[in-house]
Design a protein around this ligand. Structure first.
Ligand SMILES: [Zn+2]
Length: 136
């Protein structure tokens, strides 16, 4: 019991580890972030039973979060490339930006949905009473 108490997650670790926004115990995804099989979301939280897809097409809203991620990444990369290389060659920028955004695509996909669930879903809040083991 003492060991489990230490595992209670605060908001940021729950987001980083893609845990359920209601209980912060159950995993949102079935596989790790860079799994070759793909990223699949559990239908329900394995711990508290929360339905992750709140309504049909709910995760389309994650596109807006993903768009914000990609814009932030592209601007940061373009500025960093300009400062570090000082190059005016557009192909250098295209290769670097597309390569890095391609590598970050699984990150963007995963965390856009996690942030949608944790921060942008009205009426979905953390319930600390659910953050305990099932056999209690
Ligand atoms: Zn849960």
């Amino acid at each position: 019991m003492e060991k489990i108490k230490k595992k209670k997650l605060t908001m940021w670790p729950a987001i980083v580890h893609a845990k359920c926004p209601k209980c912060r115990v159950g995993d949102i995804y079935t596989k790790p972030i860079y799994s070759l099989i793909g990223q699949k979301i559990h239908d329900h939280c394995p711990h508290c039973g929360l339905t992750y897809e709140r309504e049909p097409g709910y995760f389309y809203a994650a596109m807006y979060v993903s768009y914000a991620f990609i814009v932030a990444e592209l601007v940061t990369l373009a500025v960093a490339t300009s400062i570090l290389t000082g190059s005016d060659n557009p192909w250098l920028y295209i290769i670097i930006l597309l390569g890095v955004v391609g590598l970050l695509a699984p990150f963007n996909l995963r965390y856009s949905k996690v942030i949608l669930l944790h921060w942008l879903t009205p009426g979905l809040h953390y319930h600390p009473e659910l953050n305990k083991p099932l056999h209690d």
